[in-house]
Design a protein around this ligand. Structure first.
Ligand code: PMP
Length: 441
């Protein structure tokens, strides 16, 4: 069956398929962190629907709630009309939002994908400020629609088709290992990146002036699990606040417990003006929205509409997930498990010069593979090794471990396991990855 499914897919579907090209798995069953393929093989799923499945596959509470709402005769799709399920979801989300947005934010439901919520955030910022410019960061990934790809850095996911859709100024993201300023230090590059923002905004001769918004990821996911330092985030917050610039924090991948906080921005004590969320917020069903300061709510019906913005099943699965992450302290669990996995991976790194760095926050984990014999960059770091990263990914799949690549040059092996991964599964992830690294040396 597996061969048959894969063969028909090869004939029928687009050459722009992504995961299908690198993960030759035809999943037929899934529970928690374990996926079973059509050939009967089982895999530990450290991709979990690109980070959507915080509670893992088919969590019993989610399945029961979905069965119950299906049996109840509730309408499954209501555009953006209110339903009891949507009302419950909104109440739960508002309770969980960071700092100044908690309980007070306005919510706008979007077409159910992260990229559309990014579009909404940019449009809202432009509308509320009457300005057009957007500041974004190198290595960013915000989605595939024109505006969202315009604020993404050209990268592996680069149709880069949106390049001219929005007037974007791109600043260096404070990537410690490959510091854009050559300091080799994340904290220091954070300070320099923030200072650059301030000078662009305050110096009229920069030609940038005051933008409508700054958009950023607290931890870049697709960009290679690169963490912005807390000091940088706080400085960006101070500068945007002082100049009336809308700070948009894209928590599509980092949100809902993954990084060890409910929202990644909370560790630095920063509340954005607009928080973008999708993926895990829908509990595995399609949902995306922005939560923003009420005074930004200047737009009118029709400014950002869309047919599929009120899926009852997504509201139900989302509410269950939001509540479980809080009540079962899954963010804390992500923090502990992430440390456990990184500790194991660092033991491999210590003995292998081709493992350049093991990094991440909570259960957002990255391993950057380098060519130790290549010419070092100006931080003294050897070049990334995409061929090796691809080989490690393939070796992981052979060993029953599903994961993905990321990073500026596809040189980072990335893990986004469900937050309900068990300790034993975490240790098994380390063993399989260690064996894959060793086996491809
Ligand atoms: N923002 C971030 C930070 C993401 O990681 C992604 C998806 N990987 C997106 C936006 C786009 O989300 P979607 O694929 O649902 O459009």
């Amino acid at each position: 069956l597996r061969a048959e499914l894969l063969e028909r897919q090869e004939r029928r579907e687009s050459s722009a398929r992504t995961y299908a090209n690198t993960l030759p798995v035809a999943p037929v069953h899934a529970a928690g962190a374990v996926v079973t393929g059509a050939d009967g093989r089982t895999y530990l799923d450290c991709l979990s629907g690109a980070g959507t499945l915080a509670l893992g596959h088919n969590h019993p509470a989610t399945v029961a709630a979905l069965q119950s709402v299906l049996a109840s005769g509730a309408p499954l799709h209501t555009l953006d009309m209110i339903t009891p399920q949507k009302d419950a979801f909104c109440g739960e989300l508002l309770r969980r939002l960071p700092g100044g947005l908690r309980d007070t934010a306005r919510l706008h439901f979007c077409s159910p994908a992260g990229t559309d919520a990014v579009e909404a955030a940019l449009k809202l910022a432009q509308h509320a400020t009457g300005r057009r410019g957007i500041v974004a960061f190198t290595g960013a990934y915000h989605g595939m629609t024109l505006g969202a790809s315009a604020v993404s850095g050209p990268s592996r996911m680069s149709g880069a088709v949106g390049a001219d859709a929005v007037p974007v100024t791109r600043l260096p993201y404070p990537y410690g290992m490959r510091c854009p300023f050559g300091t080799g230090d994340g904290e220091e590059s954070g300070k320099l990146s923030a200072r650059l923002l301030e000078s662009l905004v305050t110096d009229p001769s920069s030609g940038v002036g005051t933008p409508a918004a700054v958009i950023l990821e607290v931890v870049q996911g697709e960009g290679g699990v690169v963490e912005g330092p807390d000091g940088w985030l706080r400085e960006v917050r101070r500068i945007t606040e002082e100049h009336g610039i809308v700070l948009v924090v894209d928590e599509v991948q980092t949100g809902v417990g993954r990084t060890g906080h409910y929202w990644a921005c909370e560790r630095a004590g920063v509340t954005p003006d607009v928080l973008v969320t999708s993926k895990a917020v829908g509990g595995g069903l399609p949902l995306a929205l922005i939560a923003y300061r009420p005074d930004l709510d200047t737009w009118r019906p029709g400014h950002h509409a869309g047919t599929f913005r009120g899926n009852t099943l997504a509201m139900v699965a989302g509410e269950i997930t939001l509540r479980a992450v809080a009540e079962e302290q899954l963010a804390e669990r992500a923090l502990k498990l992430g440390e456990r996995i990184r500790r194991g991976l660092r033991e491999i790194a210590a003995a292998d010069p081709s493992v350049g760095e093991v990094r991440g926050r909570g259960l957002m984990i990255g391993v950057e593979l380098v060519d130790p014999d290549g010419a070092p960059d100006r931080n003294g770091v050897p070049p990334g090794d995409p061929a090796r990263a691809r080989a490690v990914r393939a070796a992981c799949v052979e060993r029953g471990l599903i994961l993905e690549l990321g990073g500026r040059g596809d040189t980072v092996v990335r893990l986004l396991p469900p937050l309900v991964l068990t300790d034993e599964q975490a240790d098994s992830v380390v063993e399989r990855l260690a064996s894959a690294v060793e086996g491809t040396r």
